[in-house]
Design a protein around this ligand. Structure first.
Ligand code: GLY
Length: 557
């Protein structure tokens, strides 16, 4: 009898949603106003958060070509209203089947500068088109063609160049010029276009239409695929029809943890984000951070960052290829042991930790957060890596290819300038996914839900960590995205910080403990957040003031 009652109780816990959410306003925060508006267009047409996510992703692919696109990939963290578990759609790019470990090294074993960043050899097999089809078909309410319609419309009509676009195009001018098709679309007479110049992408509109009409086959097979293979081959690439036909998204169980009464759900490997975030939160343990002085608090945060990034360097990679010890790294006892190594009065030099080689830093990326009126939610971080990816566009497709291959370790097993040996976990192998820092995240208690994430390469993880802490402390959406940032990633052994992140007293205090501080002359990140206050059924949203995004909350009739 007792066993029967226990079984029923376990079954009830498993099926009853953890925190049910009644109807409320919907919120969307994204890095581009046109993308946020497209999301609302779809919600108002009867779509749910997942349809809106397809629309927002596709519009970002059109209007933010320097951040993400059909030629790239990403992670979409989804949670259906009333379900206790979230799912991560892994649409990360894969290494082509002809890729090999030393493909970016010369005969003497030296890494050839730029080869994994610029041009056709830098591109992994895109995952975003497959992910959008999967999300629409499995989780959406509307036909894919309806959710892709805003992106198709904007690709045809065009969008206006902004200051930010100009900055990105200037930064990648040489690679855009190297691809005739990319230069024709993204430049004006081979130069950075002026502000308000209209960028039209009829080829991309046609590719989106093929996706809308034929699903994944519209991209990975048929005319678009043929063109992708023909153009990449002509330019010296190694993609084959088999690569495209074989591409599959993965549904993965996100990484979860708990902190101060909140449940944290974040990206699983091949992202290093979720594991590092939970490991850092576990190291912080039950400390009341607000009770600590500014110097003590920031010292502690820097030291947990240092240790989690060291582990990231040694252990993280594609879980389909290597055994990533997720359970061990996210175990609270393991974190307590690491915490015991933190000296409260002195910085630990990174060279005193067990050696590991940090993976390369990803560069550009985008993020959006969505909550619909029923409580369905999405946090999605998408990328083509460097601004404008590889800069290579396959003529006739409008598809700008990523340079995500740069996120693999180009030289594992060989000592680097620090004398450290690169981790095999993130070595290049055919069909393998490269390690990522993208960390779309949910933070939830019975009272509050935050949906957040940001672009920013390896700094994504520490931005999201501090976003989570701020969300659990009850800060407003606007204050969370506006926080001044600081970051430590084990190597190089420096604390990078934005102007205003530390007071003068904190700078002197941290320096006297042995921290090397480096003030940045720029800001970084572009955090997007949606928050639900469950008691008041009140939704708020904010877009990082550093970017040009739009956060909006609206009642959906
Ligand atoms: N390419 C950026 C990242 O995946 O972290």
């Amino acid at each position: 009898m007792m066993r029967f009652v226990t079984t029923v109780l376990i079954m009830l816990v498993a099926v009853v949603p953890a925190y049910p959410t009644p109807r409320h306003e919907a919120g969307i925060a994204s890095t581009q106003p046109l993308a946020t508006e497209a999301g609302f267009e779809i919600l108002k047409a009867g779509g749910n958060a997942f349809d809106a996510a397809v629309a927002v992703s596709a519009v970002l692919a059109v209007v933010e070509p320097y951040s993400s696109g059909l030629g790239g990939g990403g992670f979409w963290l989804l949670q259906q209203a009333g379900k206790a578990q979230a799912v991560m759609i892994d649409g990360r790019e894969t290494a082509p089947l002809k890729a090999y470990e030393k493909m970016y090294q010369d005969k003497t074993g030296k890494v050839i500068p730029g080869l994994s960043m610029n041009g056709v050899l830098a591109a992994g097999i895109p995952g975003e088109p497959a992910a959008l089809v999967h999300i629409a078909e499995k989780y959406g309410r509307l036909p894919l063609s309806q959710s892709l319609a805003p992106a198709i419309r904007i690709a045809r009509k065009g969008f206006a160049v902004t200051q930010y676009y100009k900055r990105m195009a200037r930064f990648r001018l040489h690679v855009l010029r190297a691809s005739k098709a990319a230069a024709a679309v993204f430049l004006y007479r081979n130069e950075v276009p002026h502000e308000d110049y209209i960028i039209k992408q009829p080829d991309l509109a046609r590719t989106l239409e093929a996706l809308a009409a034929h699903g994944a086959a519209g991209f990975y097979q048929g005319k678009v695929a043929k063109r992708l293979i023909a153009e990449t081959s002509k330019a010296g690439g190694i993609w084959s029809a088999k690569d495209l036909a074989a591409y599959k998204i993965r549904e993965r169980k996100p990484v979860t943890g708990s902190w101060h009464g909140y449940r944290i759900t974040s990206a699983a490997p091949p992202s290093s984000g979720g594991v590092a975030i939970i490991e850092m939160l576990n190291m912080l343990g039950n400390d009341n951070l607000r009770a600590l002085s500014g110097v003590a608090r920031k010292h502690l945060l820097i030291e947990v960052m240092r240790r989690a990034y060291r582990d990231r360097a040694e252990f993280l990679g594609d879980p389909d290829f290597v055994n990533v010890p997720v359970a061990r790294l996210t175990n609270k006892r393991y974190a307590r042991k690491l915490r015991e190594t933190i000296d409260p009065l002195h910085a630990t030099p990174s060279r005193d930790l067990k050696p590991a080689v940090p993976p390369p830093e990803g560069k550009h990326t985008t993020h959006f957060s969505i909550l619909d009126a029923q409580g369905n939610r999405v946090a999605a971080t998408l990328s083509i890596n460097y601004p404008f990816g590889s800069g290579f566009m396959a003529a006739g497709t409008g598809v700008l290819l990523n340079d995500e291959m740069d996120d693999f370790s180009a030289k594992p097993g060989v000592p680097n300038v620090y004398g450290l040996v690169g981790a095999q976990a993130n070595a290049i192998a055919p069909g393998k996914r490269m390690l990522s820092s993208m960390s779309p995240t949910f933070v939830e208690s019975p009272d509050r839900l935050a949906i957040l994430g940001t672009p920013g390469g390896s700094r994504i993880i520490t931005m999201v960590l501090r976003g989570i802490i701020a969300a659990t402390q009850g800060l407003s959406a606007q204050r969370i995205v506006s926080q001044r940032r600081f970051h430590h990633q084990y190597l190089p052994d420096v604390v990078q910080f934005e102007n205003g992140a530390f007071t003068v007293g904190e700078i002197l205090g941290l320096q006297s403990m042995g921290h090397k501080l480096q003030q940045l002359h720029y800001t970084y990140g572009n955090m997007q957040i949606v928050i639900l206050d469950k008691a008041r059924h009140a939704v708020s949203a904010a877009s990082d003031p550093r970017g040009e995004g739009l956060a909006k909350v609206e009642n959906i009739p």
